[in-house]
Design a protein around this ligand. Structure first.
Ligand SMILES: O=C[C@H](O)[C@H](O)COP(=O)(O)O
Ligand SMILES: C=C(OP(=O)(O)O)C(=O)O
Length: 472
């Protein structure tokens, strides 16, 4: 039995509980019996089942009350009253479950959010790709090295060795332990110094005064500083930023099926993931008849679906119909990752058709995943200019259609890596090997991310037109 859902305090008596549990267990089994793409072949399925059973008896990381609070915040994004900024590693690794790494990534998320809040004049909901982003979908089962592809630390090891690449179910238990540790750090930092707007601003000030290309953003950062001083001047309490929410791709279903709550707040009892506040379904697992979508349908958490250039407007409307059946603003985020060269052509009919359906979804731009390429040296990379161009195209589409460009979804780290080219320091392909550390896809580094946030702030503030020269 891998299903032992948690009940929030104050829920009905035993007989009623049993009946509800049975109904939801049946729904879960039906959903998970559908075809599931991108799942590992565990060499010892009995062992895998035992690990899943053990996990199901563990501690959830988040509560339904928290995910409902996030849903409420995301409702404001869907209505055009706030923005959503989501960012973090492509693939979290066990080795990087450290306070310095999480602090670097979350601090960057907050610093970008501060700049966007100022430019858009709207609150920014900050969601970290953290405390669970351990599974990766892959294009091919076998990597360039001829070995089984690395699928994330929750499944196998990236070490170039056949035994290390063999899926190991014990890794799910390790992943849960790492997620718990990461979650504790996220909570501590979100309440602690990463809530301090003045301290974050000081870091941004250092960025514009020292980083190449920072100078052109001096005026905006100075204006943020004046705003903060004004608040102190009028005796307002020192501004503190709110929660940091956690998210990951709901990919590995053996993991995702554990630690479910029964959420009793909605029209009828339903399941709520205790593993993260926000979950998304990836481009490779969004098949309408697949297990991932069916699983997401059962949850009350806010959810996202990545939509690539092959998405039809009809498919998008079907995601909306199935994942937001009650029309709750903030429940569904459509994360477009079209590629900079396709976004202006593919996104408009999708937005038009979904808008015509009368539902308020969040439109979020992932400018990373449609813009990957491999260099002659074999480094998977992305060009900063392409990333910026996809965001520009996304903003143009929403401006033209009068819809709200809800936010950004980035793979970015606060560390000084060399994985994407371009940006303020003009990193070239020759620079990539110096600090190429990602476990999977290339991330923006701190300087590139801040350059991007400040440039996007300009686009937000000024409006944007096709052919905007991509500034560095
Ligand atoms: O991070 C996302 C995916 O896992 C990744 O883009 C797939 O990469 P691949 O094409 O190298 O397998
Ligand atoms: C795999 C990812 O994205 P996509 O599904 O859009 O390729 C990701 O965001 O990690």
């Amino acid at each position: 039995m891998t299903y032992s859902p948690r009940w929030p305090p104050g829920t009905p008596g035993r007989t009623r509980r049993r009946a509800v549990e049975r109904v939801l267990a049946d729904r879960l089994e039906v959903a998970l019996a559908r075809p599931a793409a991108q799942q590992p072949d565990w060499p010892d399925p009995d062992r895998a089942r035992a690990v899943v059973r053990g996990l199901a008896a563990g501690e959830p990381l988040v509560t339904p009350a928290e995910t409902r609070r996030l849903l409420d915040r995301l409702g404001a994004v869907a209505r055009g009253e706030a923005l959503l900024l989501q960012s973090g590693d492509c693939a979290e690794t066990f080795a990087d479950t450290t306070e310095p790494h999480l602090r670097a990534n979350l601090g960057l998320l907050r610093r970008m959010a501060l700049v966007l809040t100022h430019a858009a004049g709207l609150p920014v909901v900050t969601v970290a790709r953290a405390a669970g982003q351990y599974a990766k979908p892959r294009s091919a089962a076998v990597g360039a090295d001829g070995l089984p592809a690395y699928r994330g630390d929750i499944i196998n090891s990236g070490e170039p060795d056949r035994a290390a690449r063999t899926p190991d179910p014990e890794r799910m238990a390790r992943a849960h332990q790492h997620a718990r540790e990461a979650m504790a750090v996220v909570r501590r930092l979100a309440r602690g110094d990463l809530a301090d707007a003045q301290a974050l601003h000081e870091e941004n000030r250092r960025f514009v005064s020292t980083a190449p290309g920072g100078l052109r953003h001096t005026a905006r950062v100075a204006e943020i500083g004046r705003g903060l001083r004004f608040m102190t001047g009028v005796g307002a309490p020192a501004p503190r930023l709110g929660e940091i929410w956690t998210s990951h791709e709901a990919l590995l279903l053996d993991y995702e099926r554990t630690l479910l709550w029964i959420d009793t707040e909605g029209p009828e009892p339903a399941l709520s993931s205790g593993l993260a506040h926000f979950l998304w379904i990836g481009e490779r697992t969004r098949a309408p008849d697949g297990a991932h979508l069916a699983f997401a349908e059962l949850l009350t958490n806010p959810v996202g679906v990545k939509i690539g250039p092959g998405t039809t407007p009809e498919q998008a409307v079907e995601y909306v119909r199935r994942l937001d059946p009650h029309g709750v603003p903030g429940r569904l985020t459509l994360i477009s990752r079209m590629g900079h060269d396709r976004v202006r052509e593919v996104l408009p009919p999708i937005v038009e058709k979904v808008t015509a359906s009368g539902r308020q979804v969040i439109w979020q731009c992932d400018p990373m995943h449609g813009n990957s390429r491999t260099t002659a040296s074999g480094h998977k990379t992305r060009r900063y200019e392409d990333i910026l161009d996809e965001i520009t195209g996304f903003l143009e589409v929403h401006r033209a259609l009068g819809t709200h460009p809800g936010g950004l979804h980035l793979e970015a780290t606060g560390e000084d890596v060399t994985e994407c080219t371009g940006g303020p320091s003009g990193l070239s392909e020759a620079d990539l090997p110096a600090r190429y550390r990602t476990a999977c896809d290339p991330r923006l580094n701190a300087e590139q991310s801040m350059g991007l946030a400040l440039t996007v702030a300009e686009l937000f503030a000024a409006g944007t037109t096709r052919g905007t020269e991509a500034p560095r």
